[in-house]
Design a protein around this ligand. Structure first.
Ligand code: 8OZ
Length: 363
């Protein structure tokens, strides 16, 4: 029998009102001090009918920032800004996790303290661009992190998780995807270290797993999820052994007892099948909730749900233009298209001004 996305789902201790997740979406609208403001609270509040919202990627430290005007969660003012967001979502009965982010080598000296080089597993520059001073420019040459610096990064994630709870978030998603720091360590195209954090599959997974374990220790496994993108070449990463690498990672994540894995199936924002990969293997290895993402529409999500390939489905870009995406999918209402020019940066235009479908057209 066909299953439906429009029924409640139990995620750890939370009851989600449906199986549709708002994927993390970078919008570059934080205020001075990288503090999310009232407009951001309004934006997330408008989308609270998603079963769960996952915030835009949020840096755990200044070193972890790679783009202009992305929000942080390491200062008191940022915690207070996020408190407005979580209150707006909760007031409408929604649930929200924050995505914790360190960009690693995907950054620019202009964003770093005293113009320092961005950090990476190895001093290999990413073939990718970042968004700085209202334009896309090449990322800076990184420096390799020293072994003694890694505990500090784990600790920054741990503190950010504690801050997330203080800000009222229902949980935390570790950003282990899309060519950022933890994915850079996992994939051998970006990591040529010869210490305990490079070389073998186990060594390359170490930082991602230590970070996740630290978050679990801080806020509990029921409130900890992670996003991974095993075969995505996003931000210039590549892997010679993705299946073995991510089979191992997911076995270890399962052992940590975290509440979900959120899997970008294929190329982030691109084709689902550019690189062969058995996502069913990850599904089978992980006992808790599997959130699927990348190129889903209602039909594909419903068929994957019915075939038990995933529990929950994350939609990204459709949530930009459709604050009431859940209702539109449920009623078959047309979806609004988005203006690409207002995705990254700006104010209310293209952010909070996409309307819900008019009440009249629902009848
Ligand atoms: C688009 C632009 C900037 C950042 C990701 C956090 O891909 C991002 C991102 C996406 O995970």
């Amino acid at each position: 029998m066909t299953k439906t996305l429009f029924e409640p789902y139990t995620l750890g201790s939370l009851t989600l009102s449906n199986r549709i997740i708002m994927a993390p979406l970078t919008r570059n609208r934080a205020g001075p001090g990288f503090v999310p403001g009232d407009l951001t609270a309004e934006y997330y509040g408008q989308r609270a009918s998603a079963g769960l919202l996952i915030s835009e990627a949020t840096q755990i430290s200044q070193q972890g920032q790679g783009y202009q005007d992305t929000p942080g969660i390491y200062s008191q003012a940022q915690i207070e800004g996020w408190r407005k967001v979580t209150s707006a979502v909760h007031a409408k009965g929604g649930r929200i996790f924050v995505q914790l982010w360190h960009v690693g080598r995907v950054s620019h000296i202009e964003l770093q303290e005293n113009g320092a080089a961005p950090v990476a597993p190895s001093a290999i520059r990413a073939k990718t661009k970042t968004f700085v001073n209202d334009g896309f420019i090449d990322v800076s040459e990184p420096r390799a992190l020293k072994l003694h610096e890694l505990p500090g990064i784990v600790d920054d994630f741990r503190k950010a998780a504690a801050n997330a709870v203080a800000a009222g978030f229902d949980g935390v998603e570790v950003h282990g995807a899309n060519g950022y720091l933890l994915d850079q360590f996992a994939k051998d195209g970006a990591n040529v270290r010869t210490d305990a954090y490079g070389g073998s599959i186990e060594n390359r997974a170490r930082l991602m797993l230590e970070v996740t374990a630290a978050v679990v220790e801080e806020i509990g496994a029921e409130r900890t999820g992670i996003r991974i993108s095993p075969v995505s070449p996003a931000n210039g990463v590549s892997s010679s052994d993705a299946q073995a690498q991510f089979d191992y990672i997911v076995d270890q994540l399962d052992a940590l007892g975290i509440v979900y894995i959120h899997v970008v199936e294929g190329t982030t924002g691109g084709p689902r099948d550019a690189t062969p990969f058995d996502f069913g293997s990850l599904r089978r290895r992980f006992g808790n909730t599997y959130i699927a993402n990348n190129g889903y529409d209602l039909e594909l999500a419903t068929s994957h749900l019915t075939e038990d390939k995933a529990d929950l489905f994350a939609f990204g870009r459709p949530f930009i233009g459709n604050p009431d995406l859940v209702e539109r999918l449920q009623t078959g209402a047309p979806l609004a298209q988005i203006n690409p020019a207002t995705i990254y940066g700006g104010g209310a235009a293209g952010y909070t001004d996409y309307p819900a479908i008019a009440a009249a057209s629902r009848r």
